[in-house]
Design a protein around this ligand. Structure first.
Ligand code: KET
Length: 406
C-alpha cells in the first residue's frame, strides 16, 4: 500500500481554550476542576439549562404547526429584530429609521467571521486593531477572513487595570478608517472594562478619526446582571448616529452554547445603505453555510417576544451573574485567609466570567500538575466553573503556586 496522500500533515496543537477541556477529560483525579472554557456551572458543578429555555423548547415541540423548512439566508426574521432590540435598546432610533441590518449567525464566532468577511470585501481599510490581550480566537478569525490584525494596548499588568493612555495613544496612531474590535462588556480575558467616562473618550477619539467600531458582545447581562447596563458602550456609539458592527452571542447569557445562536448587526447611515449591505451579507453567508439552524434562534425568539418569559430570563441571568460575583468574593476571602503574598483585590474588582489572576505559565502548569486545576496558560480562570466546594482547593493551589514556584 502506498503512503497516505496526507502523510505529510503535521499534527496541529490543541486549541488554547478548548484543549484545556480535552486535557481535563483525560484526568482521572476525583479532585480535578475545569476552570478553562467560559461555560457556566451550577454550585453542584453541573452545566445549566435555564428553566425558561426548557419552557420555550417545550412550547416549540408542542407546536405541531412548526416545520423544518430552510430558514432564509439571513435567518429567522423575528430573532433578528429582537436581537437588534436587545443590544441597541427597544427605542433605538437606528432601528426605527431602518438603518440596522441584522443577520442570524453561528453564535458569536460565526457573527464575527461573517462581519469580518464582509469588511474584507467591501470596506476600504483592511486593518483591524484588537486589544492586547484579547480572546485567543480573535486574531485567527480576522486573519482568515482576510483582514490584517494589529494590537492596541489595553491591559497594564502592573496595575492589573486598563492601560487607558496606551489605548488612546495606539488608536490615535492608527490609520484613519481602521477597524477597532471592542469588547462590549466583561473583557475576555482580563475582566477589565473602561468606565463610562473612558468609553466616551474612546468614542470621541474613534469618531474624530473615522475608526470603525466592531463590537464583540458575548457577555451581555453577565457583567452586571443587567442587560441594558451591559450594552451601554454599544448604545453610546449608536446614539451619535455613526456606523458600527456588533456580533452577539447567546452562548453565555442564555446558556445556549452548543445551539450556536448569535447575530451580526451592521448599523448604517441610512436605510438604503443598510439594505444594500444586507444583500452583500447574504453573498457572504450563502456559500459558507447556506443558512443558519432553526432551533436555537426559535428558542431565543420565543423568550424575547414574550414579556413574561423575558422577565423570567432576566431573573435567571441575574442569578448566574450573582453566583459568579459571589465566587469572586469567596476566592478573595480564601486567599486572604491563607495570607498568600501579593495583592489579590483584582479578583473582586474584575468583571464578568473570568479572573485574570496574574499567575504565570509555570505557576499554571504547577497547579495543573499538582492540584488538577485546569485553566488557560495565560492565568485566566473561569469563575463560573467554581463552586463553594472547590474554592478552598483552588485557593490552596494558588497559594502553593505563588509560594513554591520561582
Ligand atoms: N467573543 C468572546 C470575547 C468570547 O469570549 C467568546 C467565547 C466568543 C466571542 C464566542 O463564543 P460563541 O460560543 O461562538 O458564541 N469564549 C469562550 C469559549 C470559547 O473560547 O469558544 C472562552 O473564552 O472560554
Amino acid at each position: 500500500m502506498a503512503d497516505s496522500v496526507f502523510a505529510h500533515v503535521v499534527r496541529a496543537p490543541e486549541d488554547p481554550i478548548l484543549g484545556v477541556t480535552v486535557a481535563y477529560n483525560k484526568d482521572s483525579s476525583p479532585v480535578k476542576v475545569n476552570l478553562g472554557v467560559g461555560a457556566y456551572r451550577t454550585e453542584e458543578g453541573k452545566p445549566l439549562v435555564l428553566n425558561v429555555v426548557r419552557r420555550a423548547e417545550q412550547m416549540l415541540v408542542n407546536d405541531t404547526s412548526r416545520v423544518k423548512e430552510y430558514l432564509s439566508i439571513t435567518g429567522l426574521a423575528d430573532f433578528n429584530k429582537l436581537s437588534a432590540k436587545l443590544i441597541f435598546g427597544a427605542d433605538s432610533p437606528a432601528i426605527k429609521e431602518n438603518r440596522v441590518t441584522t443577520v442570524q449567525c453561528l453564535s458569536g464566532t460565526g457573527s464575527l467571521r461573517v462581519g469580518a468577511e464582509f469588511l474584507a470585501r467591501h470596506y476600504h481599510e483592511h486593518t483591524i486593531y484588537i486589544p492586547q490581550p484579547t480572546w485567543g480566537n480573535h486574531p485567527k478569525i480576522f486573519t482568515l477572513a482576510g483582514l490584517s490584525v494589529k494590537y492596541y494596548r489595553y491591559y497594564d499588568p502592573a496595575t492589573r487595570g486598563l492601560d487607558f493612555q496606551g489605548l488612546l495613544d495606539d488608536l490615535t496612531a492608527a490609520p484613519s478608517g481602521a477597524i477597532v474590535l471592542l469588547h462590549a462588556c466583561a473583557h475576555n480575558p482580563t475582566g477589565v472594562d473602561p468606565t463610562i467616562d473612558q468609553w466616551e473618550k474612546i468614542r470621541k477619539l474613534m469618531r474624530s478619526k473615522g475608526l470603525l467600531p466592531f463590537f464583540d458582545s458575548a457577555y451581555q447581562g453577565f457583567a452586571s446582571g443587567n442587560l441594558d447596563a451591559d450594552a451601554q458602550s454599544v448604545r453610546m456609539f449608536v446614539a451619535d448616529g455613526g456606523e458600527c458592527l456588533a456580533a452577539q452571542s447567546y452562548a453565555k447569557n442564555m446558556g445556549l452554547y452548543g445551539e450556536r445562536v448569535g447575530a451580526l448587526s451592521i448599523v448604517c447611515k441610512d436605510s438604503n445603505v443598510a439594505s444594500k449591505v444586507e444583500s452583500q451579507l447574504k453573498m457572504v453567508i450563502r456559500p459558507m453555510y447556506s443558512n443558519p439552524p432553526i432551533h436555537g434562534a426559535s428558542i431565543v425568539a420565543t423568550i424575547l417576544k414574550d414579556r413574561q418569559m423575558y422577565d423570567e430570563w432576566t431573573v435567571e441571568l441575574k442569578a448566574m451573574a450573582d453566583r459568579i460575583i459571589s465566587m469572586r468574593q469567596q476566592l478573595y476571602d480564601a486567599m486572604q485567609a491563607r495570607g498568600t503574598p501579593g495583592d489579590w483585590s483584582h479578583i473582586i474588582k474584575q468583571i464578568g466570567m473570568f479572573t485574570f489572576t496574574g499567575l504565570n505559565v509555570e505557576q499554571v502548569s504547577f497547579m495543573t500538575r499538582e492540584y488538577h486545576i485546569y485553566m488557560t496558560s495565560d492565568g485566566r480562570i473561569s469563575m463560573a466553573g467554581l463552586s463553594s466546594r472547590t474554592v478552598p482547593h483552588l485557593a490552596d493551589a494558588m497559594h502553593a503556586a505563588v509560594t513554591r514556584t520561582a
